[in-house]
Design a protein. Structure first.
Ligand code: ZN
Length: 194
């Protein structure tokens, strides 16, 4: 990967957006459209801010703690960008792990979700990346990640099914091996839904 660009090329986005507007048959100099390439470039830069960010910084300080029950952060709002359509998918994440001697600050779980979400993504990959990152960096006994999201590429275009929600899950470690741990974490995640 050595020579990859290390940040988003906003000028190139501006030029490309200008071409898209022209391809619509529109006047790129029209008042309402004049600033649009720049606005869109800034928007993508913001929405894809995780592209060149590494979540390692969020696990630099772990805390030794003799807590051997599940830690779960539930209903973390997130948005991400479907790489097939460059349209957002928006939803909530439930992220859990079973510590093995160390815990991480709770806000860090949300930051890890954001870092991976703010990239060109597929929901399936995003789910796996969060779980795998937790396993490799925090080395817990297990990790469980469930994402639920609504994909604008299928709610407002294509098959047009507003309200449909895609659910993906990634289980690691003890949550795969031990059915009791698995059902415990999944029922904790579902606790607020009657
Ligand atoms: Zn899509």
């Amino acid at each position: 990967m050595g020579n990859e660009i290390k940040k988003i090329d906003t000028k190139a986005i501006e030029r490309a957006v200008e071409q898209i507007i022209a391809a619509f048959g529109e006047d790129v100099e029209r008042e309402g459209l004049k600033g649009t390439p720049r606005r869109v470039a800034n928007m993508y830069t913001e929405l894809l801010s995780g592209m060149f960010e590494q979540p390692q910084k969020y696990v630099e300080s772990l805390f030794t703690e003799d807590y051997d029950e599940i830690v779960l952060l539930r209903n973390i709002p997130f948005f991400s960008m479907c790489e097939h359509h460059l349209m957002p998918f928006i939803g909530t994440a439930n992220v859990a792990y079973l510590p093995a001697g160390v815990v991480l600050g709770v806000s860090k779980l949300a930051r890890i979700v954001d870092t991976f979400a703010h990239r060109l993504q597929l929901q399936e990959r995003l789910t796996n990346q969060i779980a795998d990152f937790l396993m490799s960096s925090v080395k817990p006994r297990g990790a469980a990640v469930v994402l639920e999201a609504s994909h604008s590429c299928m709610t407002i275009r294509g098959i047009k099914k507003p309200g449909s929600v895609m659910v993906t899950s990634a289980l690691r470690g003890i949550f795969i091996r031990d059915p009791r741990s698995r059902s415990e974490v999944l029922s904790l995640m579902n606790n607020d839904r009657k």
